[in-house]
Write a protein that binds this ligand. Structure first.
Ligand SMILES: Nc1ncnc2c1ncn2[C@@H]1O[C@H](COP(=O)(O)OP(=O)(O)O)[C@@H](O)[C@H]1O
Ligand SMILES: CC(=O)OP(=O)(O)O
Ligand SMILES: [Mg+2]
Length: 390
């Protein structure tokens, strides 16, 4: 089954066509997304593809209702759009992707795959905020968690690299892109994660603040004379690395500033990696131990400096990185020091493979009568007919 994967993130749109063996056969990357020009470019690209059997969309927020991938129809699309206020930065881009592809491929089945789904089974103690109980019930306030497609893929791939069943591993997966989050993964399931009710919580990100004292936000609103929309814009777009350096939020720029001896770049790098190291350690508290630490996402894959700083002083957890291997890592590598009790891995983020896998499974579930050899038929690739939880 050829699956067209559409991944609308906060900083980019990535479109990939994967064949039945997950081989990448076409791709398009758009930096900006959801303007008229890009929508036209996307339509041209999709119109030129030879065979698309199914479409898989990354949707950031599934709310309380979507715990599994969902076959798209007008009702599902509307329910996804209704979740916009929970992820105002991301959800409209996902919906724009659904609409843009539906115009070019109106007959092709499409599946929504949710960032939140991997975390839907978080233990209650990890998912629940200590707020008035009625609020939690009335508004569905809880830790949803995000980047689940990336965390799930990284967890499974770590099992392959270590030649161990994912079900016997305790992992901390670090998705470090423009947005960033950690997951504590045990037996292939998410036990904890740093993002929360929205993708604003947790780690320091490119332009997002990550967690701050809620009392600080109240103080800004009540005593600093700032409007809600001003504070909201600042926390989403003018904070994080960009806020601390006054620059773009791109880690490469921060690293150049560090090399040039700029004090604000050094502080930004210090704040980013301090939070990261602290949260990695915190995640191990939710696992009761650690077998492997995984770095993925643009920063996690490409920055040996961030990996080195994040793991410095974690030897007490068994994490020790081989500096030569760390510097040389390109893709899917073990960078642990020999004899380190915990393996440290670098894994290229392949949300596209995860989305394609879930899309094939969702389509097979709705069409149990598919014959072997048909697009999507059971024996076309090694996937099990029934979806397996990651
Ligand atoms: N060589 C590099 N060194 C450090 N950071 C990098 C490097 N290459 C890319 N990055 C970072 O990766 C980020 C993008 O990560 P990515 O996972 O592709 O983004 P997204 O969250 O949009 O999916 C950029 O903000 C950039 O800072
Ligand atoms: C959920 C989220 O933060 O996604 P991204 O990293 O694509 O912004
Ligand atoms: Mg991303």
């Amino acid at each position: 089954m050829n699956v067209l994967v559409v991944n609308a993130g906060s900083s980019s749109l990535k479109v990939r066509l994967l064949d039945g063996d997950d081989r990448l056969t076409a791709s398009l990357d758009l930096g900006e997304w959801a303007g008229a020009e890009e929508t036209e470019e996307l339509a041209r690209f999709v119109g030129g593809l030879r065979r698309v059997d199914a479409v898989g969309h990354r949707i950031v927020h599934g709310g309380a209702e979507f715990r599994d991938p969902a076959l798209l129809d007008p009702d599902v699309r509307r329910r996804i759009a209704d979740l916009t206020e929970l992820a105002p930065l991301h959800q409209p881009r996902g919906v724009a992707g659904i609409d843009a592809i539906a115009r070019v491929l109106p007959e092709t089945p499409a599946v929504a795959c949710f960032d939140t789904a991997f975390h839907a089974g978080l233990p209650d103690a990890a998912a629940t905020y200590a707020l008035p109980r009625e609020w939690n019930q009335k508004w569905g306030l809880r830790r949803y968690g995000f980047h689940g497609l990336s965390h799930a893929y990284a967890g499974r791939r770590a099992g392959e690299l270590l030649d161990r069943q994912a079900t016997t591993l305790r992992l901390v997966t670090c998705h470090l892109g423009a947005g960033a989050s950690l997951a504590a993964v045990s037996d292939g399931r998410s036990m904890d994660t740093t993002m929360g009710f929205t993708p604003l919580a947790g780690l320091v990100m490119a332009t997002r603040t990550g967690s701050v004292d809620p009392g600080l936000v109240l103080w800004l609103l009540q005593h600093a004379g700032l409007s809600t929309s001003h504070v909201s814009r600042a926390l989403e777009f003018e904070s994080g690395l960009a806020g601390l350096t006054g620059g773009s939020g791109d880690m490469r720029e921060v690293l150049r500033g560090v090399a040039d001896g700029r004090p604000e770049s050094r502080l930004a790098f210090g704040v980013y990696t301090h939070r990261l190291r602290r949260e990695i350690a915190a995640m191990t508290g939710s696992l009761g131990g650690l077998d492997a630490l995984v770095f993925t996402g643009g920063v996690g894959e490409h920055s040996p400096d961030v990996r080195a700083a994040a793991t410095a002083d974690l030897a007490y957890l068994g994490v020790e990185v081989d500096e030569t291997a760390n510097r040389a890592a390109t893709t899917d590598t073990d960078i642990s020091a020999s004899g380190a009790p915990v393996r440290t891995l670098v894994i290229t983020s392949r949300e596209d493979i995860e989305i394609a896998r879930l899309t094939r499974a969702a389509i097979r579930r709705t069409r149990p009568g598919l014959q072997a050899g048909e697009p999507g038929g059971p024996s076309e690739r090694g996937d099990p007919v029934d979806p397996v939880s990651p």
